[in-house]
Ligand binder design. Structure first.
Ligand code: PGA
Length: 242
């Protein structure tokens, strides 16, 4: 595990963007695993800046997002389809048909999940998976449980997750109750993983995930088993790590 701590969030964003951009520079056909939420916004801003400087092209790259809400229209302002367009896809040259997110409105969600895993498999697996972490240790929407699911699946969101995401909606009742998420096995199959953790409110879970026992109660703790994990933290999130 390679752990880097930053005093300055801008420097963290640059480091995260550099990892993504360097990969695509050396392997223009790279398969990127992308994340949503507050955590990656600044990293995407830097990726867009580097793209606009002509340093990188995503023309031949492919992306797969971790998750999408079930039942939210694709063009809803808080859908992850919309988030990705707003923060990244509208600003770079990644072809629309190379940018994949699960379809949260699929009439047959199980078939959608199986098809998503098959597509990732056919792409030759994810070269770099970007991840945030929830306060309860979830990655993607893999919530703490006695068993974790290997492949892409429909999940019922933890109340804590719906509360955390209510800040983006008018009311908590508007937050969808379910999502489609890549499973823990799909995430761990990525060739490299980039976990980003920011803020004092994530310090406790960062410590449990990175130094605590490997347990399905903290899904992110399974990342300790990955041979190529890089973790970027700001100083506040790293304060319980020695
Ligand atoms: P956040 O969410 O980046 O908005 O904190 C992370 C997550 O829930 O995985």
């Amino acid at each position: 595990m390679n752990v880097l701590v930053f005093d300055d969030n801008e420097k963290l964003n640059e480091a995260g963007a550099n990892i993504i951009v360097s990969l695509v520079q050396t392997n223009p056909r790279a398969v990127l695993g992308l994340a949503t939420g507050g955590t990656p916004v600044g990293i995407y801003e830097q990726v867009v800046r580097m793209y606009k400087q002509g340093l990188v092209s995503f023309r031949n790259a492919t992306s797969y997002n971790l998750d999408e809400y079930v039942g939210l229209p694709e063009d809803h302002p808080e859908s992850y389809h919309t988030y990705m367009r707003r923060h990244l896809f509208d600003h770079i040259d990644l072809p629309a048909d190379s940018a994949h997110l699960p379809n949260g409105n699929a009439t047959d969600p199980d078939a959608e999940c199986a098809a998503y895993d098959e597509m990732i498999e056919r792409s030759g697996q994810i070269d770099l998976q970007l991840l945030g972490i929830g306060h309860n240790g979830h990655i993607g929407f893999n919530e703490p449980d006695t068993d974790l699911v290997r492949g892409t699946h429909v999940v019922t969101l933890a109340e804590e997750t719906r509360k955390a995401n209510a800040r983006y909606f008018d009311a908590i009742d508007d937050v969808p109750k379910q999502a489609i998420t890549m499973g823990i096995g799909s995430i761990l199959k990525a060739k490299t993983i980039l976990l980003v953790v920011r803020g004092a409110d994530k310090a406790e879970i960062a410590k449990r995930a990175l130094t605590g026992p490997i347990t399905t109660d903290v899904p992110a703790s399974l990342l300790q088993t990955h041979p190529r994990l890089t973790v970027l933290l700001d100083r506040a999130a790293a304060r319980h790590l020695s």
